[in-house]
Ligand binder design. Structure first.
Ligand SMILES: [Fe+2]
Ligand SMILES: [Fe+2]
Length: 474
């Protein structure tokens, strides 16, 4: 399945065989570019960026690197290879052949799933649009732009499904995806975390570590879908997503490394003394982690969800690694343990597993985050300093579900309003924390130079050096 790069819209879906669909997408394309120019990365349009572009969907070699001006990036439609005789792996229709067209009764449900996923993609580009102005290096600037163009491509992936399978409704949704704006009071993006700001690079790295990881788990659940075009779209998106998580984890890791080096060198541990060295103190990094983690947990929705149960029963959205789970994949009588609030205590509760699928996906996600945090702690370990990062308790600072509005500390203690207020500044980033981090954000654009608050990466991109000129300005 090679990619047709000759057509206006690169694709591996034989777009030239379907004139009507091709025309509809070619009609959407200039509107997409208009959106990119309007709310995509600022002051970037004439820069040449060393980016990867998908040239195949083969896992062995799908990317090609080269300098590109971002408005000329070849955003396209790439579905993973079709698996012959693939079967629905779960739910009421388990064992039946996967479907290529949307059955009438699943239409609105499936459209909603695709629109909700699609909406997150342009939202994050909007959230990150000003970061280029304060990049800590050309390497980081290039990574930011790589994430941005790929989120743009993820939007293309979802808009293709809407156009190809949902007729006029789908085309209208495609337009609406370019009209909503992150953080806009009148026409906000659909999900809360995608209306938050990403004001600085620590926030950006936390976002890519935590919120792009939500993307990974949502996409993985959709990659199990019985609606094969959705499964194949999301499978290829997951390949791209891995880099976004890498950017986040190594970005925070490099900040930690630099802070720890400075602390050791100057033999200081008190946050204000650490800040005086021009690096970010570890407790501030922990507060950022608490914020982005709790906001992202809300993306999984309520603990008990009849929607999630319906998606599963209908074979539309599975569990993470569904095929690797050893059970009946129907879950009619299985139970799942979740946490509940009983007065001022957190208690376990057993519910039907099909109703608890949001919670299960959230738990899988949390375990993955924990592994990343453990790797950060190894960086501190090597220095001999006693500080350790911790993931906040899942009930901390939640706005959706059982714990919405409950006052629970990062350690999982249910606290009263007074204690919450007293400790809020220890647990969540304050205006002062933001101001301090912002004060460090200069703009470093000399090849091989890195801002003082972040260590250079261990290696460059595409076997290039850490001093490679990843972005050339006009
Ligand atoms: Fe994405
Ligand atoms: Fe992403």
């Amino acid at each position: 399945m090679s990619i047709d790069y000759a057509s206006k819209i690169p694709n591996n879906v034989d777009l030239d065989q379907n004139r009507q669909l091709q025309r509809a997408l070619e009609h959407w394309q200039p509107k997409y570019l208009e959106w990119w120019r309007e709310v995509g990365p600022v002051e970037s349009h004439s820069s040449e960026v060393y980016l990867r572009t998908a040239v195949s969907v083969d896992s062995k070699g799908w990317a090609q690197f080269g300098y590109v001006k971002m408005p000329d990036y070849r955003w396209g439609i790439f579905l993973a290879e079709r698996e012959p005789s693939r079967k629905i792996g779960f739910g009421s229709h388990k064992g039946q052949a996967v479907f290529e067209e949307v059955p009438g009764e699943l239409r609105s449900t499936l459209r909603r799933i695709i629109v909700t996923q699609g909406d997150t993609e342009p939202a994050s580009v909007e959230q990150q649009r000003f970061l280029g102005g304060t990049c800590p290096s050309l390497y980081d600037l290039r990574n930011l732009y790589q994430v941005n163009v790929e989120e743009g491509r993820h939007l293309w992936a979802m808009v293709y499904l809407l156009h190809a399978h949902f007729g006029r409704d789908g085309r209208e949704e495609g337009e609406a995806l370019l009209e909503r704006r992150s953080g806009d009071a009148d026409k906000p993006r659909i999900l809360g975390a995608f209306n938050e700001q990403t004001p600085d690079w620590l926030a950006f790295f936390m976002f890519t570590f935590l919120t792009d990881r939500d993307g990974k788990y949502q996409l993985a659940a959709l990659a199990e879908s019985g609606f094969d075009p959705l499964a194949r779209s999301t499978r290829f998106m997951l390949t791209e997503e891995a880099h976004h998580l890498f950017v986040g984890e190594t970005g925070v890791g490099r900040i930690i490394q630099r802070t720890v080096e400075a602390m050791k060198q100057h033999k200081v541990e008190a946050p204000d003394q650490v800040r005086a060295l021009g690096v970010i103190d570890l407790p501030t990094i922990q507060r950022y982690l608490n914020f982005h983690f709790s906001v992202t947990l809300d993306l999984y929705g309520g603990e008990i969800s009849s929607n999630a149960s319906t998606f599963y029963a209908m074979g539309l959205k599975g569990r993470f690694d569904e095929s690797k789970i050893d059970d009946d994949h129907v879950l009619a009588s299985a139970e799942y343990k979740l946490l509940d609030l009983a007065g001022d205590r957190l208690v376990d509760k057993h519910v039907n597993a099909q109703l608890a699928l949001n919670e299960r996906l959230r738990d899988d996600y949390i375990a993955d985050c924990q592994a990343g945090v453990d790797r950060w702690n190894k960086i501190i370990d090597k220095s001999g300093l006693p500080f350790r990062f911790k993931l906040a308790h899942k009930a901390f600072n939640r706005k959706i579900g059982t714990f919405a509005g409950a006052r629970v500390s990062p350690d999982g203690e249910v606290v009263g309003e007074a204690k919450w207020t007293h400790h809020a500044a220890d647990w969540l980033p304050t205006a002062e924390d933001h101001a301090f981090v912002r004060s460090l954000m200069g703009r470093v654009t000399e090849a091989g130079k890195y801002a003082n608050w972040i260590a250079p990466p261990a290696r460059g991109i595409d076997n290039k050096g850490v001093d490679f000129e990843y972005v050339r300005f006009a």
